[in-house]
Write a protein that binds this ligand. Structure first.
Ligand SMILES: NC(=O)c1ccc[n+]([C@@H]2O[C@H](COP(=O)([O-])OP(=O)(O)OC[C@H]3O[C@@H](n4cnc5c(N)ncnc54)[C@H](OP(=O)(O)O)[C@@H]3O)[C@@H](O)[C@H]2O)c1
Length: 255
């Protein structure tokens, strides 16, 4: 029996019947990703810390697409809450197939201006939380599970001073991703990392004071959109034979 190209493509993109957990899904790249995965057919849990109303809006938008959704307050910086998000997703939606480690904080500034609290905060949210959520999710995933982590173009190339702490945290996620790929590959679970370039969100508005310089560092000369990052996450959620890989969605920042 032959399979058409269209049928193969559709098999590789549809997430019908899958459950996704998107950390930090109330705004920005996380919200766009939650909606994109829902459009591909997934039911979606999103976590948030402060943005309860924004997260509930994302839930309503997912439900309007005919999918199930739940908003969970879970601070990645808290070890129990980071790990607990996976179990709460299973309890609310009946399983967990796709984890998107999106929640993150950006603390930029000169080395001698960074306090111990800054270091602890960034590593707790961007690294320890991602590790613990991935660990808890992997324990609940069956074959076909997907772990997709949002890194940063600054994990690959730090184009100027002030990014040491943030780059440290995001570069750690490359090691996490490769380690997870090796450890979970035998179970049929993949792990990949997406490195956005400058993307227009609350964290990094395209009309902010440093925006022009960031846009100029990309080959395309512009900020990306959250939807452009979400499209690559959705691709990875449906990709079977891709693991341990880094994907720059950065307009050529690393070129
Ligand atoms: N924007 C960029 O230019 C850019 C570039 C490269 C990489 N990234 C990465 O992309 C990811 C998303 O960034 P973004 O620009 O969309 O950020 P954003 O607009 O600031 O949104 C951040 C999201 O993460 C949530 N969040 C923050 N701290 C959290 C915590 N401790 N626990 C759980 N959720 C938390 C926020 O939830 P609440 O508001 O509800 O608290 C919000 O939903 C981050 O990992 C960031 O480092 C962004």
């Amino acid at each position: 029996m032959t399979t058409t190209h269209a049928a193969r493509t559709s098999t590789h993109t549809t997430l019908h019947g899958k459950v996704a957990l998107v950390t930090g899904g109330s705004r920005g790249i996380g919200a766009a990703t939650a909606l994109r995965l829902a459009r591909e057919g997934a039911d979606v849990a999103v976590t948030y810390v402060n943005g309860k109303e924004a997260a509930e809006e994302v839930v309503r938008a997912v439900e309007a697409l005919g999918r199930r959704a739940v908003a969970l307050r879970a601070d990645c910086a808290d070890a129990d809450e980071a790990a607990g998000a996976a179990e709460r997703t299973v309890a609310a939606l009946g399983g967990l197939d796709v984890l998107v480690n999106n929640a993150g904080v950006g603390v930029l500034g000169p080395l001698d201006g960074l306090a111990l609290t800054d270091v602890d905060r960034v590593l707790a949210v961007n690294v320890r939380g991602v590790f613990l959520t991935s660990q808890a999710a992997a324990a609940r995933m069956a074959a076909g599970g997907r772990i997709i982590t949002i890194g940063s173009c600054m994990a690959q190339r730090v184009p100027g001073p002030g990014g040491t702490l943030y780059a440290t945290s995001k570069a750690a996620l490359i090691g996490l991703t490769k380690g997870l790929a090796r450890e979970l590959g035998p179970r049929g679970i993949t792990a990949n990392i997406v490195h956005p370039g400058p993307v227009d969100t609350d964290m990094n508005p395209a009309d902010g004071p440093y925006a022009a310089g960031q846009a100029a560092m990309t080959a395309l000369g512009r900020f990306g959109t959250a939807d452009e990052v979400a499209a690559t996450v959705a691709y990875l959620a449906g990709a079977d034979y891709v693991t341990g890989a880094e994907f720059a969605v950065d307009g050529g920042h690393a070129a």
